[in-house]
Design a binder for this molecule. Structure first.
Ligand SMILES: [Zn+2]
Length: 118
C-alpha cells in the first residue's frame, strides 16, 4: 500500500536541522543522501486516502412514470441517482462515491456563471 508524507512537515523539519549542522568552507551543509533517505523513511505516513477520479456520462433511463429521461451517471460508481432522483446536473464531486469528476473548462465556466446568477 502506498504511503504519503506531508511535504510541508518534512521540509520544515529538515530546515530546522540546518542551523545545527556545521558548514564546509563553501558555506554548504555536507549531508549525505543516505542521511536524507533514512530521515524520510522514518517519517510517519500521513493519514490520507487516494483520490478517485470519474467522469459524468450522459445516459437515458426510464423514470418512475415509464418515460425515458436523460441523466448523468458517474463512471466511478455507475450510479445515476441520489435519494431516488436522477442526477441532472454535473458537479465537481460525485454525491454517491465522492469521486473527483473531470469537468472541462467550458463546463466549469458555464456552471460558475449560472451560480453567479448571470
Ligand atoms: Zn460516483
Amino acid at each position: 500500500m502506498a504511503e504519503y508524507i506531508e511535504k510541508e512537515a518534512i521540509l520544515e523539519r529538515l530546515d530546522g536541522l540546518l542551523p545545527k549542522m556545521e558548514m564546509d568552507p563553501d558555506g554548504l551543509h555536507p549531508v549525505s543522501l543516505e542521511t536524507v533517505i533514512r530521515y524520510i523513511k522514518n517519517w510517519p505516513a500521513a493519514d490520507v486516502a487516494p483520490v478517485v477520479h470519474g467522469e459524468w456520462k450522459l445516459i437515458e433511463r426510464e423514470n418512475v412514470w415509464g418515460d425515458m429521461t436523460k441523466v448523468f451517471e458517474c463512471t466511478a460508481c455507475n450510479k445515476s441517482d441520489v435519494d431516488g432522483k436522477g442526477i441532472t446536473r454535473k458537479s465537481l464531486h460525485c454525491p454517491n462515491c465522492g469521486a473527483r469528476m473531470r469537468v472541462d473548462e467550458e463546463e466549469k465556466l458555464e456552471s460558475h456563471s449560472k451560480e453567479d446568477g448571470e
